[in-house]
Design a binder for this molecule. Structure first.
Ligand code: MN
Ligand code: MN
Length: 321
């Protein structure tokens, strides 16, 4: 690994609308052993219970990610100077089978994990986070900072069916992949199925910050609380774009009004520097419901912030900073 780190194609050399769209205009690198941060897509929405279309998320997010440049304008982090990053393509999926897709996605992420690459993924619906956890969290339950309007800890749908985008974190806790006491969920809102919807997660010890509490606390105190909950152990960042107000991110499967703004979310992500991060994702971008492309742009802007966090983490571990 003495060669220079892969660099994005500069927008000052090849215009941003030109050539092949990869995540952040990075080179395609199919061999995960050659990257430290693997930007990946999971084009699958077989866990969706309402409006579909997140299977189209990765392709449009790659397109909109060509707007990202190289240096973070607030933190000054230049991720491609800190870590080897590449677009490793999309996880294999079977649009006709939930079980087969979960198995294929897990096997593919297990290869990334074995190769030592941290995954940064674009969904796909939120169920895709479960096979990612199965690949990267075995034997060491992860903490999680989870941005979402929904807890995604419901039990079953449609008469005992256990795998939808409303259930991944219940399954991850049951399987010992997610430590509920090191999990914080930010932005929870929306009408419930029944009064006790929230009780299972709370009883496991999840710290649920409703959107009402978020607005009462403000950005800085929410960051402090999230950091207190996840502590110094290995932590994953999962960002469901429906945590944002649908005025900013309407192209999503299960919109809930009254969320945070993209700027507030960016500020919260920047508050997660220096955690022991092991990966992240941005999920539930559904281009067919996204009339302007703005949801995908907002989504990849969140990916950019998470990428800067991961690059610092890698650089710290490697002794580069
Ligand atoms: Mn979700
Ligand atoms: Mn959601």
């Amino acid at each position: 690994m003495t060669e220079p780190f892969p660099q994005p194609v500069a927008g000052t050399v090849v215009p941003r609308f030109g050539d092949i769209a990869t995540f952040m205009r990075l080179p395609v690198e199919r061999d995960p052993a050659r990257v430290e941060i693997a930007l990946a897509g999971v084009p699958w929405d077989g866990g969706t219970t309402n409006r579909p279309g997140a299977r189209h998320g990765p392709r449009q997010m790659r397109d909109m990610s060509t707007l990202m440049r190289r240096v973070h304008h607030v933190t000054g982090v230049a991720p491609y100077e800190l870590a080897r990053c590449g677009d490793v393509g999309d996880a294999p999926v079977n649009p006709a089978s939930v079980d087969d897709s979960l198995a294929r996605i897990e096997a593919w992420y297990a290869k990334l994990h074995t190769a030592g690459a941290l995954p940064l993924s674009a969904g796909g619906d939120h169920l895709v986070t479960l096979p990612i956890f199965r690949a990267i969290a075995r034997g060491r339950p992860l903490g999680m900072v989870h941005f979402d309007a929904h807890t995604d800890t419901w039990d079953t749908y449609f008469g005992g069916f256990k795998y939808t985008h409303g259930t991944p974190f219940r399954r991850a806790i049951e399987e010992g992949l997610l430590d509920p006491k090191r999990t914080v969920q930010i932005g929870i809102r929306g009408s419930l199925y029944k009064r006790d919807d929230m009780e299972w997660g709370l009883a496991q010890g999840i710290r649920v910050i409703s959107i009402e509490e978020y607005f009462d606390l403000g950005i800085e105190r929410t960051i402090a609380e999230a950091r207190r909950v996840v502590g110094t152990g290995p932590t994953y960042v999962s960002f469901d774009v429906d945590g944002l107000d649908p005025a900013f991110a309407p192209g999503t499967g299960t919109p809930e009004v009254g969320g945070y703004t993209p700027h507030e979310a960016q500020r919260m992500l920047r508050g997660l520097r220096d955690l022991d991060l092991v990966g992240g994702d941005v999920v539930e971008v559904s281009p067919p419901f996204d009339q302007s492309g703005n949801t995908a742009l907002v989504g990849v802007t969140m990916m950019w912030d998470i990428l800067c966090l991961l690059a610092e983490t890698v650089a710290r571990r490697k002794g580069r900073i």
